[in-house]
Design a binder for this molecule. Structure first.
Ligand code: M1P
Length: 248
């Protein structure tokens, strides 16, 4: 397979980088080499600043053909921003306030081993809800992640939000280790597909690790427009790419 008529889209955390950490130099080099034969897009759930830290620092948007942060709600092509959506505008202040108040009350009543600060992070395109608090340390992050595996704090929180706001047109996804994302229905990672002229591509591949229902790669992985690939780590992503594009 060759030619720049194949689009390959990548999730960030757990797919191109270890979770919350910076992309390894060999992986970066591998993806930039792949760019010689494919159009490359990176689509992460995090905001632009975090994505920039993880993907190689200032100017990283110029390295890839497309960069989509917050699931594509902030979008770059060849290093230039070309689209930005705002959850504030879409929902309106009244709904945003009700939702934030509910989450803060629910968090206050949660009996979990540790709580730190920044339980809600308001981004352009989504609201990130974090029961332990986003300014926990790396060690506290891992502790919560393990605790949540058995106590299902985030899953239960999401169910409570769904019950409280059945008609608000919200979608929820558990993409990382300590939090979940909330955004208007349809603003999942498939959102980025609507920002490109897909007719120019003969194949569109997507690589992600959170591809099960409820994970933030699920919708784009299952989307009929993409060929979905489930990965378990950056090393696994690289191995699958070698088999797909460099076998012959
Ligand atoms: O993997 C993508 C997720 O990364 C972070 O999640 P957490 O802090 O819970 O590990 C967040 O930026 C989240 O919004 C994002 O979807």
């Amino acid at each position: 397979m060759s030619g720049r008529d194949v689009l390959v889209l990548f999730d960030v955390d757990g797919t191109l980088t270890p979770s919350r950490l910076v992309i390894k130099p060999d992986m970066k080099e591998f993806i930039l080499k792949l760019k010689e034969i494919c159009v490359i897009g990176v689509v992460g759930g995090s905001d632009f600043v975090k994505m920039e830290e993880q993907m190689g620092g200032e100017g990283f948007t110029q390295m890839y053909d497309y960069v989509f942060s917050e699931n594509g709600l902030v979008a770059f092509k060849d290093g230039k921003e070309f689209s930005r959506m705002s959850i504030k505008k879409k929902l309106g202040e009244e709904k945003v306030k009700k939702f934030v108040n509910f989450c803060l009350r629910y968090t206050a009543d949660l009996d979990i081993p540790k709580k730190r600060g920044t339980f809600i992070e308001f981004r352009d395109g989504l609201i990130n809800v974090c029961p332990v608090g986003r300014n926990c340390t790396q060690e506290e992050r891992m502790e919560f992640f393990e605790y949540d595996k058995t106590h299902k704090i985030r899953e239960t929180f999401v169910e409570a939000c769904k019950q409280e706001f059945p008609d608000m047109g919200l979608q929820f996804s558990i993409g990382g280790q300590i939090s979940f994302d909330v955004f208007p229905t349809g603003w999942d990672k498939t959102f980025c597909l609507g920002l490109m002229d897909l007719t120019q591509f003969k194949e569109i591949h997507f690589f992600g690790d959170k591809t099960m229902p409820g994970g933030n790669d699920y919708e784009i992985y299952e989307d009929p427009r993409t060929i979905g690939h489930r990965t378990t780590s950056p090393e696994d992503t690289k191995q699958q790419l070698k088999e797909l594009f460099y076998k012959n």
